[in-house]
Design a protein around this ligand. Structure first.
Ligand code: ADP
Ligand code: MG
Length: 241
């Protein structure tokens, strides 16, 4: 079942293209990775489909009452600076009438190696990685239909990154769709269902993850894979570095 569909979407900032002619859809329980070098338009696409920014042209169609949670690349502004983190986690649960999920806060704190003490701290007393993990927990506990995760693993160590990917995979199996934006191609194997490859605001390739990783059609995708060091041991033919 399609949750959201983008048709011929474009965004220009003062005439400068951030992305153009983008078409894709996200189904319930599907994990889609959006990859591409910095400045290729990943965040702006996410912001436009979530309604944070307006499209210049095109159309985004959503199912009625689509519940979406957005986890920002920079967790610095994800929390009210005057609230303890515990309150910041509980308030959206109250609003979304999911307060019973607060019993799972401890479970997720434990999985993501966070101390319970953090819940009494204020944002300025937490590190970027701690705030990012708390933002992720908050998003999951709201039980959205779709999570948009913009480079959320970039501030995490590899143990937490692996645990997070495991958690995302689990919730996707229970029906949550995830738009997973990353420039770290190593994270998408055995994780996402489909991959969209962006270059300068345009989709250059879109396919199931295995196809993108094992048989990328476009030079640009091959270069991205090579630059990620992903294939240094597996597929020497892609390595140009
Ligand atoms: N608010 C803005 N004003 C002007 N240009 C912007 C703005 N936000 C993004 N851009 C431009 O849009 C392009 C895509 O940016 P972005 O979506 O942030 O890329 P990515 O997330 O892939 O790094 C870049 O050229 C960027 O400079
Ligand atoms: Mg970005």
């Amino acid at each position: 079942m399609k949750l959201i569909q983008c048709d011929n979407c474009s965004k220009f900032f003062d005439g400068i293209c951030a992305f153009e002619a983008i078409d894709f859809s996200i189904n319930r329980g599907e994990i889609i990775s959006l990859i591409g070098e910095s400045g290729s338009g990943k965040s702006t696409i996410a912001e436009c489909i979530s309604g944070i920014k307006n499209l210049t042209t095109g159309k985004v169609t959503k199912i009625a009452n689509l519940k979406m949670q957005y986890i920002f690349q920079n967790p610095g502004r994800s929390f009210n600076p005057k609230w303890q983190m515990g309150k910041s986690l509980l308030e959206p649960l109250k609003l979304s009438k999911k307060l019973e999920n607060s019993t799972q806060i401890d479970v997720y704190l434990d999985k993501l190696k966070l101390d319970k003490q953090l819940l009494t701290q204020y944002p300025h007393e937490c590190s970027g990685g701690q705030k990012q993990r708390l933002a992720i927990i908050r998003a999951i506990l709201c039980e959205p239909d779709l999570i948009i995760a913009d480079e959320v693993t970039s501030g995490l160590d590899s143990e937490n990154e692996q645990e997070l990917l495991k958690i995302f995979k689990e919730i996707s199996l229970s029906g949550v769709a995830i738009l997973f934006i990353t420039h770290n191609i190593k994270t998408i194997e055995n994780f996402s269902d489909q991959v969209i490859v962006l270059k300068q605001g345009k989709i250059v390739e879109k396919a199931i993850t295995k196809t993108i990783l094992d048989a990328p059609k476009q030079d640009y995708t091959q270069k991205l894979l090579a630059a990620s060091h992903y294939f240094t041991s597996r597929r020497k033919e892609f390595v140009r570095i």
